[in-house]
Design a protein around this ligand. Structure first.
Ligand code: PEP
Ligand code: MN
Length: 339
């Protein structure tokens, strides 16, 4: 339930209402808008009738049921867009556009430094790179693991770019958090509820990638796991879903962008690299994503894609990424976004 306070409600009235909600056994989620304060009562739905009587309390405007199964992720509980602080001065959400780029996997010091230098030059905001890689084949390159984390942090320091890398299991969250500014939960783990609960306890922002067969509602329920664990810094990433189409690696569901933006206050980004699987389709889909209202992009970039140990065919070369950034700036300006 949402308890909407009146415009001029006093602090005393708000404190009292909060206490009453907690007394009913609910957790209070406070959202301060420009006009009024909303309290989300989060907990067992069965006892919600008791909350309706709060309407009689001084300062309360109305008590409204939250219609969606995702409560904290819903726009109903928070009207303003959430702005996530990604570290080193980079913020995503609101009018800000953020471009995250880098190789699929960290492969060597030379590779990651070369990419980071090119990204810095072109004005990208954040460096990506997998150290622990979820691969379909157990024989494929699994990532440099701890060494990859160290290389990422060296690149972070050298170029002043915050870094994001994937966390695949609960046991490595603490280690990865020592090096990364943001934790990525990949498509294959989006319904690993134990992992979601644990990153929900983390102090690091979390980027959730949509699963290949995850509906938008399921995706938002995954976000709800993280939010309900106490971590409000969540970003959603559309990266393509599996359909009958084989011309592209996945089908990039760009309609998910306006749908998600309508349903949630969380920032939404798009990954056209995994979304299409082909470097030549990345640029047009990146522009389309920004035009559709995305808050950012995640793009795979490799200095020599033909030598990449994973996802070479969908990786842009640095000069191609430079072109993309120039185009993204033009689209951003057209749709009144800041970058
Ligand atoms: C990745 O970002 O390299 C990755 C493995 O993505 P996804 O989880 O979307 O497949
Ligand atoms: Mn990849």
């Amino acid at each position: 339930m949402i308890i909407s306070m009146k415009k001029g409600a006093t602090q005393e009235q708000m404190d009292h209402v909060k206490k009453l909600i907690e007394g009913f056994g609910y957790r209070v989620h406070e959202s301060k808008g420009s006009e009024r304060v909303l309290f989300g009562a989060i907990g067992d739905e069965r006892g919600k009738e008791r909350l309706t009587c709060l309407e009689a309390q001084p300062g309360v405007e109305k008590v409204i049921p939250i219609l969606n199964p995702y409560k904290l992720a819903s726009r109903e509980t928070r009207h303003e867009p959430t702005v996530v602080d990604l570290g080193l001065g980079v913020k995503i959400g609101g009018r800000n556009l953020v471009v995250i780029a880098g190789p699929c996997a960290v492969e060597s010091q030379q590779q990651i430094m070369e990419v980071a230098s090119a990204l810095k030059d072109t004005g990208a905001h954040m460096l990506r790179g997998g150290a622990f890689k979820p691969r379909t084949s157990p024989y494929a390159f699994q990532g440099l693991k701890n060494d990859g984390l160290v290389l990422l942090s060296e690149a972070r320091k050298a170029y002043g770019l915050p870094v994001i890398t994937e966390v695949m299991d609960i046991g490595s969250i603490d280690l990865i958090s020592e090096y990364a500014d943001c934790l990525q939960v990949g498509a294959r783990n989006i319904q690993n509820f134990q992992l979601l609960k644990e990153v929900g306890r983390s102090k690091k922002p979390v980027l959730l990638k949509r699963g290949m067969s995850t509906t938008i509602e399921e995706f938002l329920m995954s976000a709800e796991y993280v939010l309900s664990g106490g971590n409000s810094q969540v970003i959603l990433c559309e990266r393509g879903i599996r359909t009958f189409e084989t011309a592209t690696r996945n089908t990039l569901d760009l309609s998910a962008v306006p749908v998600l933006k309508e349903k949630t206050h969380l920032p939404v980004i798009v990954d056209p690299s995994h979304g299409t699987g082909h470097a030549r389709y990345v640029e047009p889909m990146a522009y389309a994503a920004i035009a559709a209202g995305a808050d950012g992009l995640m793009i795979e970039v490799h200095p020599r894609p033909e030598e990449a140990l994973s996802d070479g065919p969908q990786s842009l070369r640095p000069h191609e990424f430079r072109n993309l950034m120039a185009g993204v700036r033009r689209v951003a300006q057209a749709v009144d976004r800041l970058m």
